[in-house]
Design a protein around this ligand. Sequence first.
Ligand code: ZN
Length: 379
Amino acid sequence: MQVTVTAKIQIAVSPEQRQLLDDTLETYRKACSFVANYVYQTHDLKQFSLNEALYHRLRGEYGLKSQMAQSILKTVIARYKTVLENQHEWIKPDFSKPQYDLVWNKDYSLKGEIFSVNTLSGRVKLPCFTGGMEKYIDGSYYFGTAKLVKKPGKFFLHIPMTTDVPESSDADICNVIGVDRGINFVVATYDSQHKSGFVSGRAIKQKRAGYQLLRRELQQRQTPSARRRLKAIGQRENRWMQDVNHCVSKALVESNPKHTLFVLEDLSGVRSAIERIRREDRYVSVSWSFYDLEQKLKYKAALNESSVITVDPRYTSQACPVCGHTEKSNRNKKLHIFKCMCCGYTSNDDRIGAMNLYRMGISYLTDSQVPDTVASQHI
Ligand SMILES: [Zn+2]
């Protein structure tokens, strides 16, 4: 099984190098656009014949070195193939923004803290910040086609790094953990050691409320500058939330052994329902953040030979984790108490979701061979 993570590395540039990269990105973009127009008219997607037809113009009119000319043909071909696969018709890919796709070892390489890249003036070596990337550079990851991305005043390199991890089989699983995502708690967990864990959501809730207040103020102003700030704040909030999710998923994986089965609620149905609500509604970003946490947990778990399953979310807060009796009145939301109307099992209601997810994970493993009651005895 393959897992890909994307590193985002900042490149340090002098004013002259900045100009050179700017020129390179712009020329690359224009040349891509030129090739895209040609392909749009001819429907020719073969590297060989495109090379025959366009190589001299790419070298002459755009002043490109041979390797960059080849790289442009490859980029345009790849973009058309993606469009054709997804939309099944000839739509011209968009090359209106500065960009530069770099093939590993041909257009770029990375050694220690030196990024080496093809430009209009040939190969250039630039310092970059690779702190924290040591484990990716040790040879167990291979680097894919990177993107050189320009942000205001800065250049970044986005590198997809792929590694092979042993497929984790259900038969190897030695630990099951139910992970309930929520608002009061970012996650509540319950695992095979019968331990509950909680990550409080209070600080996050407060910070989000602050962002929401700010957003509301800006929305009322309706000026161009307010709209710009609104967008910037949205992006900042997203980055911050992604960082929280990165830490939470990392902690979950690191505090559990290899061959753990993480059991989450399947929120795909909930998400599509929620996303129809207007954008400013906070629930949209909450559901987005749940989804983001799930994605991060999935790849981190895979790297640790563990896996993630999602299960039907209905009744996870109403079902009794001991006897399975499901009734709305089992749960007293106001008092945060769960009391089973059938067997009398009582607990703090924040644990119930995670316990039920744990129970469903055990059922998933034992499948239908063992009745539910056996799984319940674990608790
Ligand atoms: Zn019960």
